[in-house]
Design a binder for this molecule. Structure first.
Ligand code: SF4
Length: 394
């Protein structure tokens, strides 16, 4: 069976503050033990390089996600990359991304990451409006974003993504249009625009349960989505996935790899990995989530698996369909000849297709990080009109 490109995900779980909407595996620590964490990552990487399913395969892309990877010393990033290259080798033109919080980085930090080998930055901006940033509990202001973006460019980065969030309580379409316009003035190569989702077990969920926020209804959510996709299309950004927009040749190869159901290694606290098996099924694992427990276990035994499972051919095929629909539906919606693309129907069908007894949300980083279009936001009859056909913002 031909093997897919191999991706490597590295989780850096530390943050300065836990944002109230966040359900990622992120932990506030004043002084993380970076040396121990580096040792754990390298030990785990060595372990996976010795497993048959990952042997003799060069890395196609690498992604440092979090948490806040830009808190990590550049020396840790450099060491992990050096080991990854020695153990696996890199494909030509490998994409190596790092997530950065604009409140944690300066010119020196960016220079360090660039010299360590990072060639793509993903900045968690979320908003450029003061009150929205405060409501989101972000540690940065809009000035930090502009300064960080300039510093990143000056450090040499020519492939930058900006993450934004819409559908915030009381946010109007006009406010979102202004945010998008400001984002476009920065001229990034890539934009990710997610709809706010109230995730279970977050502080936001608790607050929302006791005193509900005014969140957009279905019609308003659709208007935000339409506005995003049409505004970015007219600015030259291709929608290659429900929440992801890129200039030509700047798709995120790593995320594309998840949607194409490629194999990936995940190292770090709470990271997950998967590989396709000879019988057509898939095996996947997920690591211990607490940083200290993960670190101790990985250093001691070489791996830190918390749970794993095998999917048979039918389950794996269903999951591949569901994951792939996030990108496929968007591709369909951009076909000019498509009068009205039933994109949401596709997404919902995908969710149904995967009801095979497996639990993808626990394992797939893209699904668990998805804030694109929550299942409750639209019903099966919704469809998305092509840009320029006169949809009415609410
Ligand atoms: S949203 Fe990002 S910065 Fe905020 S707590 Fe979660 S991982 Fe950390």
């Amino acid at each position: 069976m031909p093997q897919s490109p191999l991706l490597l995900y590295i989780h850096i779980p530390y943050c300065i503050h836990k944002c109230h909407y966040c359900d990622f595996n992120s932990h506030v620590r004043t002084q993380p033990d970076w040396l121990a964490y580096q040792q754990a990552l390298i030990t785990e990487l060595t372990h996976w390089s010795q497993q048959q399913q990952y042997q003799n395969r060069k890395l196609h892309s690498i992604f440092f996600g979090g948490g806040t990877p830009s808190l990590a010393p550049a020396s840790l990033i450099a060491k992990v990359l050096e080991h990854a290259q020695n153990l696996f080798g890199f494909e030509d033109n490998i994409e190596i991304s790092l997530e950065a919080n604009p409140g944690t980085v300066d010119m020196q930090a960016f220079q360090g990451f660039y010299q360590a080998g990072i060639n793509r930055l993903s900045m968690g901006v979320q908003s450029l409006e003061h009150r929205e940033l405060q409501w989101l509990e972000r540690i940065h202001g809009s000035d930090d974003v502009y300064q960080a973006f300039d510093a990143a460019r000056n450090a040499g980065f020519n492939n930058i993504n900006l993450d934004f969030m819409y559908g915030l309580p009381h946010q109007t379409l006009k406010q979102w249009q202004q945010t998008l316009a400001s984002a476009l003035q920065l001229n990034p190569e890539h934009l990710s625009c997610y709809q706010l989702t109230v995730e279970p077990h977050t502080k936001l969920a608790t607050r929302h349960a006791s005193s509900p926020y005014k969140l957009p209804n279905d019609e308003a959510s659709l208007a935000f989505f339409q506005e995003t996709r049409c505004k970015l299309a007219s600015a030259g950004y291709q929608a290659y996935e429900i929440s992801n927009f890129a200039k030509a040749n700047h798709y995120c190869r790593h995320n594309d790899g998840y949607w194409l159901y490629h194999d990936y290694i995940g190292i770090g606290a709470g990271a997950s990995g998967k590989w396709d098996m000879q019988d057509g099924g898939t095996h996947r694992y997920s690591n211990i989530r607490t940083p200290e427990k993960y670190t101790a276990q990985a250093i001691q035994t070489g791996s830190a698996i918390n749970s794993d499972e095998s999917l048979n051919l039918q389950q794996a095929a269903a999951e591949a369909v569901w994951v792939g629909l996030r990108a496929a539906a968007m591709a369909m919606s951009s076909l000019s000849s498509t009068p009205r693309c039933p994109i949401i129907s596709f997404s919902c069908l995908g969710r149904r297709a995967v009801s095979t007894g497996s639990s993808p949300d626990r394992f797939c980083p893209l699904i668990s990080r998805s804030r694109a279009i929550p299942g409750h936001a639209f019903n099966l009859t919704r469809s998305v009109a092509p840009c320029g056909t006169g949809f009415e913002p609410v």
